[in-house]
Design a protein around this ligand. Structure first.
Ligand code: 5GP
Ligand code: MG
Length: 179
């Protein structure tokens, strides 16, 4: 089994890149159908979702723009519950648009609930969430709908394909989990 080390932790292979590629393609195909004839803005939640979003947008056949927001609630391997927004999103760029939020992973859902609340103030035409991973066992966001989900996973900590442990491991093409 393929393993990697990031600072003090060991991780083992969880989802290989070949599988991720197919899943991202399938998600894009659904978006292409659902938004046929429309234009979307892919709102990338930095830093974690940058790799996922860059693969996703390259599979979109509809008209698409990119916008970014930087937000985080994780410290080390645990959700801190405090959300910090380091980059404001461009409200003008989102007004009247079909916004699709591209997220790496939804855990408790607190971060996405916060972002959706903020986003509504920019008055987009619609908001959808596309997340590569979701942890349904720790999800508490009753009113939050996840429209496009790549994988539902158990409550483990994952890295790779954009996701980090203390800032490291984002560059791996596969996804790894704690051993
Ligand atoms: P939530 O607010 O849903 O609890 O946490 C969501 C954020 O925490 C995600 O955007 C992601 O950045 C981070 N996160 C949640 N679970 C994991 C994980 O297993 N690995 C990594 N690297 N980040 C995670
Ligand atoms: Mg994230």
């Amino acid at each position: 089994m393929k393993k990697i080390n990031l600072s003090d932790k060991e991780f083992s292979l969880f989802i290989p890149s070949s599988d991720i590629r197919l899943t991202v393609k399938r998600m894009a195909e659904r978006i292409n159908v659902d938004y046929a004839g429309k234009e979307v803005v892919l709102l990338v939640v930095m830093n974690g979702a940058m790799i996922f979003a860059s693969d996703l947008i390259r599979k979109l056949k509809i008209s698409a723009r990119i916008s970014c927001v930087k937000i985080s609630s994780y410290q080390g391997m645990h959700s801190s519950g405090n959300i910090s927004q380091e980059i404001e999103f461009d409200r003008e760029a989102l007004r009247g648009k079909h916004v699709i939020v591209a997220e790496d992973i939804v855990d408790s859902g607190v971060t996405m609930e916060y972002l959706v609340r903020e986003l509504k103030m920019a008055r987009p035409s619609s908001i959808a969430i596309a997340t590569l991973l979701s942890k349904p066992l720790s999800f508490t966001g009753q009113s939050l709908k996840l429209h496009y989900v790549g994988y539902e996973i158990p409550n483990c900590f994952v890295v790779g394909y954009g996701m980090d442990y203390n800032g490291l491991g984002r560059q791996y093409e596969d996804i790894y989990k704690t051993t």
